[in-house]
Design a protein around this ligand. Structure first.
Ligand SMILES: Nc1ncnc2c1ncn2[C@@H]1O[C@H](COP(=O)(O)OP(=O)(O)OP(=O)(O)O)[C@@H](O)[C@H]1O
Ligand SMILES: [Mg+2]
Length: 285
């Protein structure tokens, strides 16, 4: 199935007929899409267990498809790479390193490839720590930070490597609501400033609409992209989430996405009632 058109001879990401089986279980079924241009922000929602993390793990190179292939800039993904940064739901900083040590870590390990001297590496790390609002915390260890601060470290650490792709798997779901809203605003700001291509999984429709330029809705059993919603999604740059959420176009977008999500869930329930696992929902461009 094709979720997007392809206007560029070499798309930045292309997924061709990707199927993933875990034993006899079909986790993803014949997923195809093409992201033609660099710097898109795709948010992904869908019922639990429908293969969202599996897709991100494929893009990250942690997992290989059973069938089909994933190409990044025309080359098959064969493993993790510095061009792709991953941010997980659980905070994943090194506990024995300070904030500065964590953000510097990748730059130090890959210093030959990064091509920066010590002062330039330090400057990049300090700048990112400032951008994510942790300038006063750079000498602290992860256990001395709040959840939101730890997630800021994870974002700064990923961005330090200047990845062209940022893969985020429910990055804010462990955070309280005010921190979550703050982080949403921060990520949109950083995306506009640094402009990586972002895939971000979330369970919140309003978060998906606020963060993304387009929202993919996954259908379960077997996992596939059922809806690719673009035109209904308003831009959110420079608008705090609580303000954006009050706007009529935002509310309309939430309605469109919620309805599509509801249809996907209903379809899954109907197919489960029939004992079928082969529901093929309609793709909306
Ligand atoms: N390593 C594995 N071995 C066997 N089954 C797996 C494995 N990883 C995932 N699965 C199964 O594949 C399906 C998709 O899993 P995945 O983690 O991608 O779901 P998800 O959409 O991210 O769900 P959630 O929203 O709950 O995080 C699930 O049914 C899961 O049990
Ligand atoms: Mg998941």
């Amino acid at each position: 199935m094709s979720a997007t058109g392809n206007t560029n001879p070499t798309p930045v990401v292309e997924c061709r007929g990707v199927t993933v089986r875990f034993g006899s279980f079909l986790a993803l079924n014949d997923v195809s899409f093409s992201i033609p241009d660099h710097g898109e922000f795709v948010t992904i929602i869908g019922p639990s267990g429908c293969g969202k993390s599996t897709l991100l793990n494929l893009l990250a190179g942690f997992l290989q498809p059973t069938e089909g292939e994933i190409l990044v800039k025309g080359k098959p993904v064969q493993g993790p790479g510095r061009d792709r940064g991953m941010i997980f739901q659980q905070y994943s900083s090194f506990p024995h390193l300070t904030v500065l040590g964590n953000v510097l870590f990748g730059l130090e390990v890959c210093r030959r490839d990064v091509g920066l001297d010590r002062a330039a590496r330090l400057a990049r790390a300090q700048d990112l720590i400032e951008q994510v609002g942790l300038a006063n915390h750079r000498e602290k260890y992860p256990h001395q930070l709040s959840g939101g601060q730890q997630q800021r470290v994870a974002i700064a650490r990923s961005l330090a490597m200047e990845p062209q792709f940022l893969l985020m798997d429910e990055p804010f779901s462990a955070l309280d609501e005010p921190t979550r809203l703050e982080m949403q605003e921060l990520v949109v700001k950083l995306w506009h400033r640094i402009h990586p291509t972002i895939f971000c999984i979330t369970h919140s429709v309003s978060e998906a609409v606020y963060l993304g330029e387009r929202v993919w809705i996954f259908a379960p059993a077997p996992g596939q992209i059922a809806y690719d919603i673009r035109d209904a999604i308003p831009p959110s740059m420079g608008i705090p989430p609580l303000v954006a959420q009050e706007r009529s176009e935002f509310k309309e977008a939430v309605y469109v996405v919620t309805e599509a999500f509801r249809r996907v869930t209903e379809m899954a329930l109907t197919s489960a009632g029939r004992g079928s696992t082969q529901t093929k929902p309609q793709v909306r461009p």
